[in-house]
Design a protein around this ligand. Structure first.
Ligand code: GLU
Length: 476
């Protein structure tokens, strides 16, 4: 059997982390099995679907490295096939028109609620006679089309993640609407469960891999496969992504769309790695840091957890820092230089930029850190509280003055470690302070604060622009 899986996003919003994680599992399984990973754009909600969301979803998948096979299927272009399936069910007596009005359905649900029963459609129009139907039509009522669900039915399947599953027909809410309200003798817009079944069968999907919020849909869809005489795929329901408090991750949790993570400075590699770990655990003896290709080698559903996966920012940040620390200066620069340009920071010397990338690389967690941490190399930083306090230490200013005087006496092309150490030693001696005091004070003068990257390298980089003297002068 050829494995064919699909991601079926609705373009009603940007690519959500939950959808992207579903895409990751589909992709990993397809690649592991040498199968196909397909896309179907479920754009039948005409009001909420937007071409820019389709674009955002495709861009996001591409950016993450989730390449797909074959042209994406556009669901709205398949409406005739969907309607034909509905006509088939009507002709077989497995579906029927229901004329109950919204008010009648509301009243039915209210009565159910009042008597403590769960809301469900009571199948009231399942057996209308020809005359009754005629009478409703004469009233001008439009009908939805409902698929018959036998209360006595038992639906079973073996879920690749959750094992044996069993549902009772009685728990599916009564006969299911498969087409929206439409004038007499026409078929209205087909609805989700019906179209998914028709499309998955047409695309010869072998495995449906999706979030566990679709489990009750699976029970309904299995009944439709049977009624339409179609082959059933296998199913794998992946755990939900939870926020750190253990509730389903939602818009209220802030960043949830892939383009936002990207804008925040996460790398595609770290995010894809992290999403794989959201619900899948690596085999014994395997690193938690991997590329998608590496994960695909060993991916299997028996390592997908049943329990929800809590979103852990620290872990994502750790993975991102690991990816960034592995980047070469050139890779780093290709990511940060465009951001520097946006700040109006111009680099004239590629070697200088390279050295700055070497300096900052090991301390980055997000790509954005390459902007915040580079800032004092382009703009004179303000003197912060801890910096000012350091400059007020006994002997600090005289020592900086001695250093400045030595610098002004000599015009070097560069400042190597050895020369820098000698300058510091001499200046400290002449001002009679400890070298440590001078070094801290120099850091305060150059960066405005006491924290930052390696002092000598920082100094050398600023010296190449002539900024070190200027920054010393303002402190004296
Ligand atoms: N469009 C559906 C969704 O985004 C697809 C669900 C499915 O995979 O069947 O939730």
């Amino acid at each position: 059997m050829t494995v064919r899986v699909r991601l079926a996003p609705s373009p009603t919003g940007t690519l959500h982390i939950g959808t992207a994680r579903t895409a990751v599992f589909n992709w990993l399984f397809a690649r592991h099995q040498n199968g196909k990973f397909l896309l179907r754009i479920e754009d039948t909600d005409k009001e909420r679907s937007k071409p820019e969301f389709t674009q955002n979803i495709l861009d996001g998948l591409r950016w993450l490295g989730l390449d797909w096979d074959e042209e994406p299927v556009i669901q709205s272009e398949r409406i005739e096939a969907h309607k034909q399936a509905i006509s088939q069910l009507l002709a077989q007596g497995l579906a029927y028109r229901c004329y109950a009005s919204e008010q009648e359905l509301d009243a039915m649900r209210e009565a159910q609620k009042a008597s403590g029963r769960p809301p469900r459609y009571d199948n009231r129009h399942r057996h209308l006679s020809g005359e009754e139907e005629e009478a409703y039509r004469a009233e001008g009522r439009e009908a939805v089309i409902r698929f018959r669900i036998d209360d006595e039915a038992t639906i079973v399947w073996t879920d690749l993640v959750r094992g044996p599953m069993q549902w009772r027909g009685a728990d599916l809410g009564g006969d299911m609407v498969i087409a929206r309200r439409a004038p007499a003798n026409t078929v209205g817009d087909p609805l989700y469960n019906l179209v998914v079944v028709v499309d998955d069968a047409a695309m010869a999907i072998s495995h449906v891999i999706r979030g566990e919020d679709h489990i009750s849909n699976t029970a309904k869809q299995l009944l439709l496969y049977e009624a339409l005489g179609l082959n059933c795929p296998s199913f794998a329901h992946t755990p939900l992504i939870l926020n750190p408090e253990g509730r389903k991750l939602s818009k209220r949790d802030g960043v949830t769309s892939i383009s936002d993570f990207r804008a925040m400075g996460y790398t595609a590699e770290a995010l894809a790695n992290y999403m794989t770990l959201l619900g899948w655990s690596v085999p014994e003896g395997t690193e938690e840091r991997f590329t998608l290709r590496e994960a695909a080698e060993v991916f299997s559903f028996d390592r997908v957890n049943k329990a929800g996966a809590k979103f852990d920012w620290d872990k994502l940040n750790w993975l991102n820092s690991q990816v960034l620390h592995g980047w070469s200066p050139a890779e780093l620069l290709s990511a940060v230089e465009p951001l520097w340009q946006k700040q109006g920071w111009i680099v004239n010397d590629p070697l200088w930029a390279n050295d700055l990338a070497v300096l900052l690389g090991p301390s980055l967690t997000l790509i954005e850190d390459g902007v915040t941490q580079a800032k004092p190399f382009f703009e004179e930083p303000p003197l912060e509280e801890d910096g000012l306090k350091q400059l007020d230490q006994a002997g600090a200013r005289p020592a900086l003055q001695a250093l400045l005087s030595a610098l002004e006496l000599n015009a070097w092309d560069g400042l190597d470690v050895e020369r820098a150490q000698t300058l510091l030693k001499d200046a400290a001696a002449s001002a009679e302070v400890k070298k440590g005091v001078l070094m801290k004070s120099l850091r305060a003068a150059l960066l405005g604060r006491l924290q930052g990257p390696d002092l000598i390298t920082t100094w050398a980089l600023l010296a190449r622009l002539g900024h070190d003297r200027q920054r010393l002068r303002r402190c004296l």
